[in-house]
Design a protein around this ligand. Structure first.
Ligand code: AMP
Ligand code: GLY
Length: 417
């Protein structure tokens, strides 16, 4: 099979790594990719969100399968344009990706399908939002509608923080609409489900670490580390998440004429009263993807191809009996401003143990060196008999990396231990 992966982060390195292990693979491209991905795929200087260019490439090169990593190409209609051109696509249509793109849409569909989520209200003006906050009081979660790269959510503990967050959303690029939401109490879990619009296969659960600082402090990030499976996401909780959230929401999407296909990321808070939805994403989580795929025994290329062609019913999932943990190394300053272009050494030593993998996120190759080229830069990933062993291996590997301006959290996995 000839495969094009869109994206260039740690998630896409993990996707390319899994795909490259399949005997079905003939040729792998990635746009734009990164320095790590370029070791296993041909990287393309192609904007993944420009539908015309992606479709032209796929047609010219007889690409059999297009795998869309991030949300931006989905929101830009790349999956629809590729499907219209007869290309098999792993990724939902633009209409189905509304589950990620619009928080207001997600809330509305949860209400329509009875899926448990935080109580909420949606406002088009700062005055309306502030009146509601004054009436209900803090704490309150304030969310910008639309894609905000993980920076559109403020968990306001005080009224002043809430008012300030509302002002900043209406002044900012998200503009338009704000969602105010009840603060849910409980551990978070990320749950991934594959569907071709007919068959629905629960893939795996994971736990991410969203805050930048040790002990889950400081601002939110894209994710500083993750592990899978997540002990808190027990089989009975998974069953409830499927029955109460995933199945009714996917049925509602189908009933509306916009069936969902691809991977659905179900962001949950495990409350005393059961799992409640905080968000859907129309893609794999990052770093969660990096610690889920190494556990999978099933041929991943066969799996995503079946998902893209409506044959998911033919697939079964097999897993290694191992836990996997990813420690993200980020550039000093992230999630705020950070520098680029600093040399990173020790990568071969860090991945010498067969149980460790170093996925690249924001890296570039320059004059024979690997240099930092983004906020989240590496995902140091290790397998182990349990989370404790995987974590010890991942930190051993991280210690071998020499990068003066990089940092990582030293407590990834603390909830599971
Ligand atoms: P989101 O972009 O919706 O995933 O929100 C980012 C983060 O904000 C989540 O990972 C949670 O830590 C937090 N969050 C979002 N919604 C809620 C909520 N209703 N209650 C508590 N925390 C929340
Ligand atoms: N790790 C969180 C996300 O991918 O959105």
């Amino acid at each position: 099979m000839r495969v094009l992966v869109l994206g260039g982060g740690g998630r896409e390195h993990a996707l390319c790594w899994s795909i490259s292990r399949s005997p079905l693979l003939k040729k792998l491209w990635c746009a734009p990719g990164n320095a790590g991905i370029s070791q296993i795929a041909e990287c393309l200087a192609l904007n993944p969100s420009t539908a015309g260019d992606v479709v032209d490439f796929c047609t010219r090169e007889s690409v059999d399968l297009l795998v869309i990593g991030p949300e931006a190409p989905l929101a830009a209609g790349v999956s629809d344009a590729a499907r219209d051109a007869g290309i098999a696509v792993f990724g939902p249509s633009r209409a189905a990706a509304m589950l990620e793109v619009s928080k207001a849409f997600t809330k509305e569909i949860c209400t329509a399908s009875g899926a448990p989520t935080a109580a909420y209200a949606t406002f088009d003006t700062p005055e309306g939002a502030k009146a509601y906050l004054t009436e209900c009081g803090a704490p309150m979660v304030v969310k910008a509608d639309g894609l905000a790269a993980g920076k559109g959510v403020v968990v306001a503990e005080t009224m002043a923080e809430g008012m300030d967050a509302i002002d900043r959303i209406f002044d900012g690029p998200g503009g338009g609409t704000v969602v105010l939401e009840e603060k849910l109490i409980g551990e978070e879990a990320s749950f991934f489900v594959l569907t071709d619009g007919k068959t629905i296969l629960p893939l795996a659960g994971a736990q991410d670490h969203k805050r930048v600082g040790e002990g889950d402090t400081g601002p939110n990030t894209g994710g500083m580390g993750a592990y899978s499976p997540a002990p808190a996401f027990t089989p009975p909780i998974e069953r409830r998440a499927m029955d109460e959230i995933v199945l009714p929401v996917l049925a509602e999407m189908t009933a509306r004429g916009t069936p969902y296909s691809g991977v659905l990321y179900v962001g949950l808070i495990l409350t005393e009263n059961g799992p409640k939805l905080i968000e859907f994403n129309a893609r794999f989580g990052d770093p969660e993807c990096q610690c889920i795929l190494p556990r999978l025994e099933t041929d991943f290329l066969a799996l995503v191809h079946a998902c893209a062609t409506g044959d998911l019913g033919t697939q079964t999932l097999a897993w290694k009996s191992a836990a996997c943990l990813t420690v993200v190394m980020a550039a000093q300053g992230y999630p705020g401003d950070y520098g680029k272009g600093d040399e990173i050494a020790g990568l071969d030593a860090a991945s010498a143990d067969p149980n460790t993998l170093v996925f690249h996120a924001g890296t570039a190759a320059r004059e024979g060196m690997i240099v930092s080229d983004g906020g989240r830069v590496l995902g140091i990933t290790a397998l182990g008999a349990d989370v404790a062993e995987a974590r010890a291996r991942a930190y051993d590997a991280a210690a071998k990396i020499r990068w003066d301006t990089g940092f990582f959290r030293s407590d990834i996995g603390w909830r599971a231990l």
